[in-house]
Ligand binder design. Structure first.
Ligand SMILES: *Cc1c(COP(=O)(O)O)cnc(C)c1O
Length: 372
């Protein structure tokens, strides 16, 4: 189907910088700079600076970033890791694949971890807390979460896959915990031409360990220091991402502008619950997604699709406690999370989207509720 408003527009994204991309690809390939070359370390330096951390380590995707960070932090067999259900399955899979148990707490109004519920979820097996900064918004009360982790001697690993550049109290996503994990999946804020991810940290020892582990446990001299993984970021991806990173602040500003438009065009529609506006005083949201709660959600989706507007339900419309195969169903009382998945819907938001598209989407939504 030819959408009038697509949910993402990869061809347009490419076309906007085609010359530069082809130049970077030609230069990188013609030099044979394919694995762990200077383009990767340049990107890592720039990414660390962008996040306000001392180190960044490029890896193959955010799932491997989460897996590697938890592993390096010592999470293993029988441990518990506190996280949320309103997240991608990868968050919990990284925990599960280490033989540890994801413990799910409910979300609050901003759709992020309800930090007030964390302390009562801590047991003697708890090793780490894994907050998810969903939709480009830092988990509210992250500062309180940092205190809780300190009091209970737990590490925080941030799933910041959706929050590159977001901040709270002047501190960037990824810089609150021991490590922060990012995704460069094509639809993310900073998208690669395929998969990509990174881990940021202030801890020098951890950064060194992560660099060894992502490359088979091999030291630069070729010695095998321990069992490792092949979780390297491709050098060509790093070269392209470094170019894109310089443009990211402008792209984020455009996302925030679109979010502001949706917020004002849809304000007063009583059947909707909108996300907090971009003008938060102590908070900078980067709007990876524009996620709203809508009454009669499924009918609204049909109405928008009929008008050529492509929308998405997060994770296909279920939290991870609602996929029976994962065995996380009985895990905590996730009343709010479950209720949110009845209503939640994501509207198109990306830098290439035109104002007239935003207005068209908003008017189609108003038309649906006006018709009653
Ligand atoms: C995209 C995403 C991931 C996984 O990232 P990949 O790079 O695809 O492995 C993990 N967590 C969240 C919240 C995500 O949005």
């Amino acid at each position: 189907m030819g959408w009038r408003v697509k949910y993402v527009d990869y061809p347009k994204q490419f076309a906007n910088h085609e010359q530069e991309y082809m130049g970077i690809i030609r230069e990188t390939l013609s030099k044979g700079d394919l694995i762990l070359r200077h383009q990767l370390s340049a990107f890592e330096d720039n990414l660390a600076r962008f996040c306000g951390t001392r180190f960044a380590v490029g890896v193959s995707n955010c799932t491997s970033a989460l897996h590697l960070s938890l592993y390096a932090a010592g999470v293993g067999e029988g441990d518990e890791v506190i996280t949320v259900s309103h997240t991608f399955v990868a968050t919990a899979a990284a925990v599960h694949q280490l033989g540890a148990q994801p413990v799910l707490v409910d979300i609050s109004d901003d759709h992020n971890m309800d930090v007030g519920l964390v302390e009562r979820a801590i047991t003697c097996k708890t090793k780490a807390i894994l907050p998810v900064h969903l939709n480009g918004r830092i988990c509210s009360d992250i500062e309180r979460l940092v205190e809780i982790a300190r009091d209970h001697n737990l590490v925080i690993i941030e799933d910041a896959a959706q929050a590159l550049g977001a901040s709270s109290g002047g501190k960037k996503a990824g810089s609150f915990g021991l490590a922060g994990c990012f995704s460069f999946y094509p639809a993310k804020l900073l998208g690669a031409f395929g998969d990509g991810g990174a881990i940021v940290t202030d801890n020098e020892e951890l950064a060194g360990l992560l660099k060894l582990l992502r490359n088979h446990g091999r030291s630069p001299a070729g010695d095998i220091t321990q069992w490792g993984f092949n979780y390297r970021m491709d050098n060509l991806d790093a070269a392209v991402l470094d170019f894109k990173l310089a443009r990211l602040p402008a792209w984020i500003e455009r996302r925030r502008e679109i979010a502001g438009m949706y917020n004002s065009l849809l304000s007063g529609v009583k059947e909707l619950k909108l996300p907090p506006p971009p003008q938060g005083a102590d908070r900078y949201d980067v709007f990876q997604n524009y996620e709203i709660e809508a009454q009669r959600r499924d009918d609204l989706v049909g109405h928008l699709n009929d008008r050529g507007i492509e929308v998405m339900l997060p994770w296909g419309g279920k939290g991870i406690h609602q996929f029976n195969t994962l065995g996380l169903a009985g895990n905590g009382g996730l009343i709010k999370t479950t209720a949110v998945f009845e209503k939640v819907i994501m509207l198109p938001i990306y830098p290439e989207l035109e104002n007239e598209h935003v207005e068209y989407v908003a008017s189609a939504i108003r038309e649906f509720y006006d018709a009653g």
